[in-house]
Ligand binder design. Structure first.
Ligand SMILES: [Zn+2]
Length: 59
């Protein structure tokens, strides 16, 4: 599976948060990505904010 954001994809929120624990203090947070239906660490990227991740709002 690939994601337009190019970020690493986690199957579950727990997996993303587990990795985050290995980087204390890092400005990362787990968030759900509508583009790939997975979880990422970090801020929402521009592609996610503008179009790619708005599939559920399309219809
Ligand atoms: Zn994604």
């Amino acid at each position: 599976m690939t994601c337009p954001t190019g970020k690493r994809i986690f199957d579950t929120r727990a997996q993303a948060r587990a990795l985050r624990k290995q980087h204390p203090g890092a400005p990362r947070r787990a968030y759900y990505c509508d583009a790939c239906h997975g979880w990422h660490l970090g801020r929402l990227t521009r592609p996610v904010k503008h179009g790619v991740a708005h599939n559920r709002d399309a219809t």
